[in-house]
Write a protein that binds this ligand. Structure first.
Ligand SMILES: NC(=O)c1ccc[n+]([C@@H]2O[C@H](COP(=O)([O-])OP(=O)(O)OC[C@H]3O[C@@H](n4cnc5c(N)ncnc54)[C@H](OP(=O)(O)O)[C@@H]3O)[C@@H](O)[C@H]2O)c1
Length: 284
């Protein structure tokens, strides 16, 4: 979802080379595309050394939070070893490595969190994301880590989108149960892609948090979706995390404080309403 947005936005101003696991589906012919598995050390090394990019943006990850509890080796391999491979590849080139992490590095006892707050992941996905940060921090490469949370936006891969899922279910007149005790500041993926462009242009290194302007629980977020897209809110039932019984533990009061990135880099941060209205006005 984020990779797609970065390619869309940055290809207007930069030469972008996209890569992912599957066949090229999305991009115009002006965007070079290559299938790369970031766990394949040799492939990552030889391609990056051949291209000698100025910047590498790592949007690739194993992002299934419950799946990570079951498939720990896979989650670690993609989220940690994959990042090690990127670091080894960019190291001799000295290019800027931008990496995405998550608010799930925190335990959710008293969020939203600043960059200075202590990490303490409560699930395996969060452990892998925290370990990926350590790989960068211990490296010699110029790095930026951006922690974000609950990404949403238009995507060609609509199954990845919470907004699309809510809309689809309600249009099908299905009742959906959404948790009312997991708090975050949902993040419009277009805004994050814009922030990444600023980070590239200003050569901003270090750790930054980027999330949306509204701090809400997931149920409240779903109700905002029904309001903007004129859907029946009575089909949404609120449920506790405990009753839902998700496999992985979740941080309850999570989310990210945006102050540092706003102050230092003057990036724009969006409300849920602004983002949903923009999504509504765009073809997807
Ligand atoms: N989505 C969120 O709410 C959220 C919240 C906090 C942080 N983040 C972080 O933000 C970043 C972007 O998230 P996103 O939502 O855009 O993720 P996404 O839509 O799940 O995209 C991740 C991409 O990585 C690819 N991938 C998986 N394993 C790979 C491998 N071994 N080699 C190369 N590519 C691989 C996936 O391909 P397949 O689809 O084929 O597996 C997918 O295209 C991630 O680092 C994520 O941890 C996301």
């Amino acid at each position: 979802m984020l990779g797609e947005k970065c390619v869309e936005l940055l290809s207007h101003s930069h030469t972008v080379i996209a890569s992912d696991l599957g066949e090229k589906l999305l991009y115009s012919n002006s965007v070079l595309y290559k299938i790369i598995n970031i766990t394949d050390e040799e492939a990552v090394l030889s391609y990056i050394r051949e291209l000698k990019p100025d910047v590498v943006i790592n949007c690739a990850a194993y992002t299934d939070v419950d799946g990570a509890e079951k498939f720990k080796d896979l989650a670690w391999n993609v989220n940690v070893n994959g990042v090690k491979n990127l670091v080894s590849a960019v190291n001799p080139i000295g290019c800027h490595l931008i990496h995405l992490s998550s608010d799930y590095v925190f335990d959710g006892s008293d969020g939203p969190y600043t960059e200075e707050d202590e990490t303490n992941p409560v699930n395996y996905y969060g452990e892998t994301k925290l370990a990926s940060e350590v790989v960068l921090k211990e490296s010699e490469v110029p790095w930026t880590i951006i922690r974000t949370n609950v990404l949403f936006g238009n995507s060609h891969f609509q199954e990845a989108s919470f907004v699309y899922w809510v809309i689809k279910k309600i249009k099908n007149h299905e009742i959906i149960c959404i948790v009312n005790d997991q708090f975050s500041n949902p993040t419009w993926v277009d805004g994050l892609a814009q922030a990444i462009k600023v980070i590239i242009d200003k050569k901003a290194y270090g750790l930054y948090h980027y999330g949306g302007l509204d701090y809400v629980d997931r149920f409240g977020f779903a109700l905002e979706i029904t309001a903007i897209f004129s859907l029946d809110p009575t089909l949404i039932r609120s449920i506790t995390t405990r009753a839902l019984g998700q496999l992985a533990k979740r941080p309850y009061k999570s989310g990210l404080v945006n102050d540092k990135i706003k102050k230092e880099l003057d990036v724009k941060v969006f409300t849920i309403k602004e983002a949903l209205n923009a999504m509504k006005g765009t073809k997807w």
